[in-house]
Design a protein around this ligand. Structure first.
Ligand code: ZN
Length: 393
């Protein structure tokens, strides 16, 4: 039993992510224990009561692509990004992340990602990881993709494996089939999704290799979760047809750093839906802690930033405010959909028995309250629980 104080949220407009009207929600022991029109708790329980009048109660967001242990480095050693601070999750209402290596599977290790994940769990949020990196053969912890997924609690699949990219190891169709079969076996043995998370690069027809891998094996598209589908217009056009059969992940944080190429994430959600892609197939993640170069008009590098997770929430809100989507639709891409596609237990929706991962937002979609595993991390718009090495933490 957790020692956190029970929390009773009253008078909230509840989105689970579907709209449920005005409801009270009680959290205790890290779980959601009651949802009703009117809840009272005995004083002896010592619950903290939050009056959420005028606010929307939503599931804590799931960001399924974050370089939690740092990334970047493609501009030399000084451009390596640091590890993700906990507060970058909290400011964005994110209570679950999936961590991974990226282009640098050379000087960075899956072990470091695993330890960062354990650190985040100790700090009170939820975290899973992918084994592997851009390159094949995939770097692993135990020496084998299937063993990592089957044996290590935090590991749910392999990724981000790069295809159609000059930084990839140019995997063949057979390479991808073999990798996916290892991930599938590991997933079956470990009770995980065993997903292959695929980084799509800038080359033409980026989805082709995945299609071929499925055509030439017993695998299904459900084994693959391609990301960066909005990285340019030609990839995005292909995503509109691929997404009818398979899942597609929109990247939030690269916009607006590459405005000539990137399809704005909030617009991408709307356009995928309009193209007939089922909502259940669409997810959005930040790609945070990747490096974002900023150039001046002459094309000279002015500065380099580490991408923040906040982009995930910003684009969710703008999908509603600027693109006319229902809040439920926008929320699904960052809550229920990633929870289902990646088989994250107890995550992605506000239901009795699920983990008490919640956020309250006001009319202008500002984060006001963030609760992870029943503990308060943001109250009245201020972060009240920070990471180990954060100032004031
Ligand atoms: Zn990537």
């Amino acid at each position: 039993m957790s020692t956190t104080t029970p929390i009773l949220i009253k008078n909230a407009e509840l989105f689970i992510p579907e709209p449920m009207g005005m409801r009270d929600v009680l959290c205790a022991g890290g779980k959601i224990v009651a949802i009703d029109e009117e809840l009272q708790v005995p004083e002896a329980m010592g619950a903290r009561v939050i009056d959420a009048s005028g606010q929307k109660l939503i599931p804590g967001l799931i960001d399924s692509h974050v370089h939690i242990a740092g990334a970047g480095g493609e501009g030399g050693p000084a451009t390596r990004t640091p590890e993700m601070p906990l507060s970058w999750m909290i400011e964005a209402g994110i209570t679950t992340v999936v961590g991974l290596l990226g282009a640098d599977g050379v000087t960075r290790t899956v072990e470091a990602v695993l330890m960062k994940a354990k650190g985040l769990r100790d700090e009170g949020v939820s975290c899973w990881i992918y084994t592997g990196a851009y390159q094949l053969p995939a770097p692993t912890i135990t020496g084998d993709v299937a063993r990592d997924i089957a044996l290590i609690d935090e590991v749910i699949g392999v990724g981000e494996v790069a295809i159609a990219d000059h930084r990839s190891s140019s995997p063949t169709v057979l390479d991808l089939i073999q990798l996916a079969k290892q991930a599938r076996l590991g997933g079956m043995l470990g009770g995980k999704c065993g997903m292959v998370h695929v980084h799509l690069g800038d080359a033409e027809r980026p989805f082709e290799l995945i299609r071929q891998a499925v055509d030439q094996s017993e695998l299904t598209l459900g084994q693959f979760h391609p990301t960066h589908v909005n990285r340019n217009e030609h990839a995005f056009e292909e995503a509109k047809s691929y997404g009818r059969d398979g899942t597609v992940d929109i990247t939030a944080a690269a916009y607006p750093y590459f405005p000539d190429d990137e399809v704005k994430p909030s617009r991408a959600i709307r356009e995928l839906l309009e193209a007939g892609v089922p909502l259940e197939h669409i997810t959005m993640s930040s790609d945070a802690c990747g490096s974002l170069p900023e150039f001046n008009e002459k094309g000279e590098l002015v500065r380099i930033l580490s991408a923040r997770l906040y982009a995930t929430w910003r684009e969710t809100a703008e999908a509603v405010r600027d693109e006319g989507l229902e809040l439920t639709q926008a929320l699904a891409t960052v809550t229920r959909n990633p929870a289902r596609i990646l088989r994250l237990p107890g995550k992605g929706s506000i239901e009795v028995g699920n983990d008490a991962d919640l956020a309250l937002v006001d009319e202008s979609f500002q984060m006001r309250t963030v609760i992870a595993a029943g503990a308060l991390f943001m109250a009245d718009g201020e972060i009240v629980k920070k990471g180990t090495f954060e100032v004031g933490g």
